[in-house]
Design a binder for this molecule. Structure first.
Ligand code: GTP
Length: 182
């Protein structure tokens, strides 16, 4: 660890969460950074961020995670943040097919506005429990996997609510970025 400037970490990694409004981007971030969850929906206004420092392969990695508003009216503000992102987590909601149909246009936005080397993961969120899943799920795991591999993205089904695959997803993209930077 650097002593000269009192840095509390070895590497700074900037991540960005994107996807339609209501898919659970803020919830995934709050789960990852604060280990909590709320049922109530407070749409993000513009952009927000949280920090979590993790240990990865013996190094302290400071994750600065930017959470964008999914609502169309914030698009100009939020796309300005793509350029600085080292990794992008693109989120849809497995119970809401229209958010899955938007994935292609979000990928196009990444291609237009983010750096060419940016790492990407696709998250199908709200994959809560086996029982509820059978009734509520409207996008299959296979469909998610297929579009992720078409665009060279890793894929996870997550639940911010039940804390499923949240750590795994953030650690996977952080590790890929760290490998790329080395
Ligand atoms: P914007 O800020 O408008 O872009 O929305 P967002 O993508 O940040 O969505 P947010 O995290 O605010 O979540 C929207 C709603 O979905 C809230 O009511 C959450 O409680 C709920 N939600 C988020 N994640 C999950 C999940 O894993 N399972 C379930 N059942 N509900 C979830």
């Amino acid at each position: 660890m650097s002593k000269a400037n009192d840095k509390q970490y070895d590497v700074l990694i900037k991540l960005l969460l994107i996807g339609d409004s209501g898919v659970g981007k803020s919830s995934l971030l709050v789960r990852f950074a604060d280990d909590s969850f709320s049922q109530s929906f407070l749409a993000t206004i513009g952009i927000d961020f949280k920090i979590r420092t993790v240990k990865l392969d013996g190094k302290l990695i400071k994750l600065q995670i930017w959470d964008t508003a999914g609502q169309e009216r914030f698009k100009t503000i939020t796309t300005a943040y793509y350029r600085g992102a080292m990794g992008i987590l693109l989120v849809y909601d497995v119970t809401n097919p229209s958010t899955f149909e938007s994935v292609t246009s979000w990928v196009r936005a990444i291609e237009q506005h983010a750096s060419d080397s940016v790492n990407k993961v696709l998250l199908g969120n709200k994959a809560d429990t086996a029982g509820a899943l059978l009734e509520q799920r409207r996008v299959s795991t296979e469909a998610g996997q297929k579009i992720a591999s078409q665009h060279g993205m890793k894929f996870f089904e997550t639940s911010a609510k039940n804390n499923v695959n949240v750590e795994e997803a953030f650690f996977a993209i952080a590790r890929d970025i760290q490998l790329r930077l080395q």
